[in-house]
Ligand binder design. Sequence first.
Ligand code: MEV
Length: 413
Amino acid sequence: MNSDIHNFHRMEINDRRNIIKELSNLNENDMNIMNNYVDENSFDMIENVYTLMSLPVGIATNFRINGSDYLIPMSIEEPSVIAACSNGAKYARICGGFTAYSTESIMRGEIEIYNIPDIELAIIKIMKEKNKILEMANTRSKTLSRLNAGAINIEFKIINNEIILYLIVNVKDAMGANVINTMLEYISGCIENITGGKTNLRIMSNLTTERITYAYAKFDGNALGEEIVDRIIMANNFAKNDIYRATTHNKGIMNGIDAVLLATLNDFRAEEANAHAYASINGYKPLTEYAKDNDGNLIGSIRIPVAVGTVGGATKTSKKAQLNMKILGIRDSNEFANVLASVGLAQNFAALRALADEGIQKGHMKLHARNIAISAGATGSKIDKIVNTMLDENNISYSRAIELLNGDKNGKL
Ligand code: MEV
């Protein structure tokens, strides 16, 4: 499979669909889902439903990660993101693509214990019963126990007169929230008995400092030019030293990651919280790093906590999300995390490249003008005509688009 699809963005939508079908080995059922299908299950997914939102889903091209090519579905309302991401992947592809690695899926659940008669003694008592507590927690997931995973350790923190008990769990290919919360609620009575205290919150943590993904890419120095390479490194140093810039820098990373999470119906808020908390552990910092190698190439890397699953979760309820997972073609949660971190790096590189060169407004305004033309009611070939006129006139507005459309009725376009 080759994800370097020439002129994909210029193709008609049906040609794009056929290419995706061929490259992802989709069947007729998949194509029916892709073409029109309304996910009826979505009506039952949440409460008080009265309608469904539709978001566009595009493909990021050019991705090569750990030697394999990927078509990456992304769902987002912001123009330019998918084009930029594909463009970032193209610069990396020249030098072999991305190399990524994810650690094991180690997560933490927390139990808050208060009203404890003797805190130090309570901790000793829990430690003595540690194996029993872990065994008890592991009765909640036969799958994890079978895989020799599940709850593996207990740690503590004392705050004021409370003990925070950390249950450390290897959740393998799950995102982990459900299984951890179930374990915590199940063992909390036992914890109360052992400590003589009361338990308050019992909830997994969205900060996953032990579930980290690393991605690396060499971006071709010849294609970039020496000045841009230097300016990207300069921009990264700017982010390291200015929290206002670091926030926007990391927002750009999450543009890509969230869009893939949304297309596959994963909890992007969890990943947002995770990434930004991790970025702030030693004072808020950019999640990526850049340097120049001896041949003048730009070396980019990202280190980011990624807690995503390939089993369980909402993905299974939505046929469209399942289709997007099939197009993505990943086998397990580590591979999924590798893709997400690579997308984050590509997205960040592409933003920095554009910002360090021509700026982002030119491309952005074109897409913005397109959205305005469509919202004013333009269709087919009229969209481009209105966009080009508004760009030429440097007057991109809804009222001008309406004027041009009305003028068109009088044969002016
Ligand atoms: C816009 O959605 C994202 C950027 O602002 C990211 C960045 O500045 O690095 C372009």
